[in-house]
Write a protein that binds this ligand. Structure first.
Ligand SMILES: [Zn+2]
Length: 534
């Protein structure tokens, strides 16, 4: 196996990819090298910026330099001894309609120049195309993918099998399934460039998720053309392991300055929001006074630093189990990104399957977007499918979440416990204490130390959607259990009347005795005593 997964969070993973020029760590960004117009030397990309790999276009190399890279070998030709990936010219097909080389020639050329990771000459689907055309691109790409295995002569190069289909998700699914059946080491999502240029990150989520759900999960996935750091978190969270960026250099030529939250034009800036070695010593005004060439190098270098820093933050977030928090933060950089994150709700069950059950750190719950996060989905599924209340439980005593966690160690619970254990010893075993808590719903007391039920921080007051979710979860719970009586300790301050109304309604429908006690009134424990007596 060339790919080994070390850490996971959401669908993201930190992995080791073994190539013949060394093992690289994923998520990995390949800066695009174009020897014709290269602002930073490949040698410096590794030595100064720390990138372990880069990508060049085999078609452009062949067209411009013919046999030169064959004679010296690609690594020597580029002056780079890390891992090199080559793209095939598929993007040029998308832009120019066709290229001068056959798929077989592109396969042979990549073997001859001794690349480490090679890509077949696929046919990109593009954006504004009919389903018939999209179907053709999928069919032809698949044909070429199959042909590779009769054409290639070496076994030490990792081959990339691209998935096509564009926004036609049924075609993406078919393409992923069939390409995944072939012995590729890596897959790629073909040409999402136009989708990204249009800021249709919500469509991108559909495309990536459809590919992920149909590809073998143990192979890395490359997202072609995703070179802007403000969307790395989204792509990594969805399980993309590899990226390439030409943007760092293209933006630099256009005087555009990348940040992890978006892009500035250089002349819009009064201050650099960055302390990379380039920005720390310069002001935007000084940068504008540089010659065109110098400025391009300056911006390209800054842009690469930003890309590198964001990937490191993402990797640390994966290790800490905090990628969701990081993703939420980045998503607020642009409405299109937040819209994409909201789309993840559609795939919450799939994401939940791959997300680690227990993490190093607790979770921060900011608002209702987090209701789709895998920890919440996991708890809901477990409680619904696997949990049954204690057999002897006849009375369901529902207590609001407390500041103290675990809840059973709180002052509020201890008061209730004292009452039960001293005055109602006989009946206590028949009373089942549960908490209602955001963002989880009903938490039976015997579970309240299970991760992450005690390891989370929420924002008070809760938002309406979150309260509604907890109320619905509570109603579902009452509906699938068989208590005879329900006593709700109602906290109207934090929960409005939602929990009260929902419980009352559900009990009426099920014909169960229902009693509510206002926790904000001093007499609440006395009332509980009275209620338990009856
Ligand atoms: Zn900088």
């Amino acid at each position: 196996m060339s790919f080994e997964i070390k850490e996971k969070d959401l669908l993201a993973r930190i992995g080791k990819l073994k190539t013949k020029s060394g093992t690289v760590e994923t998520p990995l960004l390949f800066p695009v090298i174009n020897p014709v117009i290269q602002p930073i030397s490949p040698k410096n990309i590794r030595e100064v910026f720390g990138f372990e790999a880069l990508i060049a276009n085999a078609y452009i190399l062949k067209k411009r330099f013919q046999n030169q890279p064959i004679e010296t070998g690609l690594h020597k030709f580029l002056g780079f001894n890390g891992a090199i990936m080559t793209d095939s010219g598929a993007y040029q097909i998308l832009v120019y309609g066709d290229i001068e080389n056959s798929p077989k020639e592109i396969v042979e050329y990549q073997e001859q120049i001794d690349t480490d990771i090679a890509t077949i000459l696929d046919i990109p689907t593009g954006w504004k195309v009919t389903e018939e055309h999209a179907q053709q691109t999928v069919k032809e790409t698949l044909k070429r993918a199959k042909q590779l295995f009769t054409q290639k002569t070496r076994d030490d190069i990792l081959w990339v099998g691209p998935v096509q289909g564009g926004r036609y998700l049924n075609l993406v699914a078919k393409s992923a399934k069939e390409t995944g059946n072939l012995p590729f080491q890596i897959h790629a999502l073909g040409s999402p460039t136009e989708v990204m240029e249009r800021y249709r990150f919500d469509v991108l989520v559909d495309m990536i998720m459809t590919a992920k759900m149909n590809l073998p999960s143990d192979r890395p996935l490359h997202l072609f053309g995703a070179g802007h750091p403000f969307m790395f978190a989204l792509a990594v969270a969805l399980g993309c392991d590899l990226f390439d960026s030409a943007a760092y250099a293209i933006y630099a030529r256009q005087n555009r300055y990348m940040t992890e939250n978006g892009t500035y034009r250089l002349n819009e800036l009064d201050y650099f929001p960055c302390t990379c070695p380039k920005c720390a010593r310069t002001t935007p005004k000084q940068a504008l006074e540089l010659s065109q060439k110098e400025r391009e190098v300056f911006l390209a270098e800054h842009n690469l630093y930003v890309c590198s820093a964001e990937l490191k933050r993402i990797k640390q977030a994966i290790k800490d189990g905090r990628l969701w928090e990081h993703l939420e933060m980045r998503a607020h950089a642009h409405p299109a990104l937040l819209q994409a994150v909201k789309k993840l709700g559609k795939y919450e069950e799939f994401i939940e399957k791959y997300n680690p059950i227990v993490k190093e750190s607790g979770l921060f719950f900011f608002n209702s977007i987090s209701l789709m996060r895998p920890e919440v989905v996991h708890y809901r599924k477990n409680l619904t499918e696997r949990y049954t209340p204690p057999k002897q439980a006849k009375t369901f005593l529902l207590i609001p979440q407390t500041q103290t966690k675990p809840f059973h160690k709180s002052r509020e619970y201890k008061q209730v416990a004292k009452l039960l254990n001293h005055e109602f010893k006989e009946a206590a075993s028949k009373v089942h204490v549960c908490f209602y808590a955001a963002p989880f719903g009903v938490i039976p007391i015997e579970l309240d130390e299970t991760y992450p039920l005690s390891q989370h921080e929420t924002v008070q007051p809760l938002d309406k959607e979150t309260i509604k979710y907890v109320a619905n979860q509570t109603a579902d719970y009452i509906n699938r259990t068989n208590y005879k009586t329900i006593i709700l300790l109602n906290d109207p301050e934090n929960w409005n009347k939602n929990i009260l109304k929902t419980c009352k309604k559900t009990c009426r429908q099920k014909n169960i005795k229902f009693k509510s006690i206002n926790t904000k009134k001093a007499s609440s424990i006395r009332k509980l005593r009275l209620t338990l007596k009856n």
